[in-house]
Design a protein around this ligand. Structure first.
Ligand SMILES: [Zn+2]
Length: 101
C-alpha cells in the first residue's frame, strides 16, 4: 500500500498517466482490504475526485492566514479545494507572550 502510493507520487513527476492508474489501483486495494492509508499520504488524495494530488503537478497549495493557519490544496483536475488546518502552537505561545509583557 505504502509502496504503491509512494511510487505513484514519484511517477507523477515523470509519467502522470501511469501514476494515475497506480493511484487508482492503490485506492482499490485500500477499499477491498479496508486498510487505512498512512496519515501522511492523506494529503495526496483529492476529496473531490479521489485522484492523486501532487503539489506542483496537479495541485496548488496555498496558505491561509488567520487565527488558524489553513492549508488549501486546490485540485487542478476537478477544482476541489482540500482544506487542512495546520496547527501552529508556537504562534499561540508567541501571542501569549506578547500579551503578557
Ligand atoms: Zn480533484
Amino acid at each position: 500500500m505504502k509502496l504503491l502510493t509512494e511510487s505513484a507520487v514519484n511517477l507523477s513527476h515523470t509519467n502522470p498517466s501511469v501514476a494515475k492508474e497506480q493511484a487508482a489501483l492503490a485506492r482499490r486495494v485500500k477499499l477491498r482490504f479496508n486498510v487505512r492509508l498512512d496519515p501522511s499520504f492523506g494529503r495526496f488524495t483529492c476529496r473531490g475526485c479521489k485522484n492523486l494530488l501532487v503539489p506542483g503537478v496537479n495541485a496548488r497549495v496555498r496558505l491561509g492566514h488567520g487565527k488558524t493557519t489553513v492549508l488549501r490544496v486546490t485540485c487542478t483536475d476537478c477544482g476541489h479545494v482540500n482544506r487542512k488546518i495546520v496547527k501552529r502552537p508556537y504562534i499561540q505561545s508567541e501571542a501569549a507572550r506578547k500579551s503578557a509583557s
